[in-house]
Unconditional design. Structure first.
Length: 148
């Protein structure tokens, strides 16, 4: 498959409408547009991939002076999944984070989200621990980390 499109790091709130719409469409607990608009881009990294429309986004939190990034959200449009997009998008993300001197990434994922867990393990994340009842619905969370 020939994969086209544009990967970019957003640095302002001007392009957040499509991200908010994708978040609302695909996440069980999406943020409001106002939450997205309040992002401080000195403390967050938002990477997108677009062809004719937004196909994927990933949001990371950064702590100034720290070399660790917290992956808050990542989404590839379900219609694009299984086509090699996720690995290509992840590679672009890693390049951007490495340019910011990030040395490790951590995240939380619902323990029943087998597809996401499979992807994270495939790209090198290791499970640090399981937290019982981590999510508001009572499900367990897995804490994962990747060292770059």
């Amino acid at each position: 498959m020939n994969i086209t499109g544009k990967f970019q790091e957003l640095s302002s709130g001007s392009d957040l409408n499509d991200v908010a719409k994708m978040d609302e469409k695909h996440f069980p607990h999406p943020w409001k547009l106002s939450d997205w608009m309040e992002l401080d881009f000195s403390k967050h990294v938002l990477v997108t991939w677009s062809d004719e429309t937004l196909e994927a986004f990933a949001l990371f939190g950064l702590v100034p002076g720290d070399d660790t990034a917290h992956l808050y959200k990542i989404q590839v449009d379900p219609a694009m999944q299984g086509k090699g997009i996720s690995m290509l998008f992840w590679s672009a993300i890693l390049n951007i984070l490495k340019q910011k001197a990030v040395k490790s990434i951590y995240l939380e994922v619902e323990s029943s989200n087998d597809r996401a867990i499979g992807f994270y393990k495939k790209v090198g994340f290791a499970c640090l621990r399981r937290v019982k009842g981590y999510y508001s619905n009572g499900s367990d969370g897995l804490m994962l980390q990747l060292t770059l």
